[in-house]
Ligand binder design. Structure first.
Ligand SMILES: [Zn+2]
Length: 323
């Protein structure tokens, strides 16, 4: 049996660590996930990641796969040269400062590349997913927080101190609502899942809706993004208004980026991307209205295609063209 080439990636998330092996054509050979148990802290999480890394390499050896490096994606800004987490991550306490790269290199005795998780998602979507073949792209993930990645001429733009692409903390209103980062009017303060839900709840307090009561089983306090989209699909006025407002806010933020970078494609990932084609077309219309005409002529706005696998797949690609 001849050895086949394969890529190995680990995607550290706030709730689970996803990992796997895949072929150069993008087909998945093996994948699995384990709970992050972020509340236990950074040290046990690093032990978990080390064990997963060894498990992956063992699996590759069993299948006679040739893996030349390991790639890891993590929340927070990462020094791509050293593999150290340099930015704070609200969902994993104490993770800032963790030496993921050197710890794993020592343990595995092989090259290890570590990057921010939105960067890895962007790499995967560009290679095998929604933006395959594109050269200039912006990737935005919207969930608890808003993350961004910028690719120009096929290259990730990490920035001078690996903190580029922080789209979520671009302000769209200097007098706007408070953001978790301590500033005002950030895109995240308007368009994170929680911000969207809070706007809907506020509106529902003033205009109670029978449909929302039914959808949430009377638990409006526990309203989710998914339920909000369901209400909109069933024609609820408040849900539609809140989502139209969200599309406008997001559209303004993205229009600023479009004017700066003139991308070919914008990939939208995270819970909001699952809201259906209607939200995406509203967003697309908002961006086209807000941005400079010549920059949006050929612009495509698409939903991420690789779902939960994008993170570990993009991580696996990190070592390409690196020395
Ligand atoms: Zn902010």
């Amino acid at each position: 049996m001849s050895t086949k080439r394969a890529f190995a990636g680990i995607d550290i998330g706030g709730t689970s660590v996803k990992f796997g092996l895949f072929s150069p054509d993008g087909s998945i050979i093996y994948k699995e996930q384990k709970p992050t148990l972020a509340e236990k802290g950074a040290v046990p999480l690093m032990h978990l990641v080390s064990n997963i890394a060894e498990q992956l390499m063992y699996h590759a050896a069993e299948d006679e796969l040739e893996v030349r490096w390991l790639g890891v994606g993590t929340p927070g800004a990462v020094n791509f040269k050293t593999g150290r987490v340099i930015g704070a991550t609200p969902n994993i306490a104490g993770w800032q400062g963790t030496e993921i790269g050197s710890t794993l290199k020592e343990r595995l005795n092989m090259p290890v590349w570590v990057d921010n998780d939105v960067n890895t998602v962007a790499l995967a979507e560009l290679r095998y997913g929604a933006a395959s073949g594109a050269l200039t792209a912006i990737c935005v993930t919207i969930g608890t927080g808003i993350g961004g990645a910028v690719i120009i001429d096929g290259q990730l733009q990490r920035g001078h101190s690996y903190s580029g692409g922080e789209i979520g903390h671009m302000s769209i209103n200097f007098e706007g609502p408070d953001c978790k980062c301590g500033r005002k009017g950030c895109l995240e303060a308007y368009c994170s899942s929680q911000a969207i839900i809070n706007r809907a709840k506020k509106s529902l307090e003033q205009n109670p809706s029978q449909l929302f009561n039914e959808i949430t089983g009377g638990l409006i306090d526990k309203l989710t993004i998914k339920q909000l989209f369901t209400a909109a699909k069933k024609g609820d006025k408040i849900a539609s208004e809140v989502l139209a407002e969200t599309a406008l806010y997001l559209g303004i933020g993205l229009a600023n980026l479009v004017n700066l970078l003139n991308p070919e494609i914008i990939i939208i990932g995270g819970g909001i991307a699952d809201g259906g084609p209607e939200f995406l077309s509203k967003l697309s219309a908002a961006v086209k209205e807000q941005a400079f005409g010549s920059a949006v002529k050929e612009l495509k706005i698409v939903k991420a295609a690789l779902g939960n696998d994008a993170g570990f797949i993009g991580a696996g690609l990190l070592g390409e063209n690196q020395h």
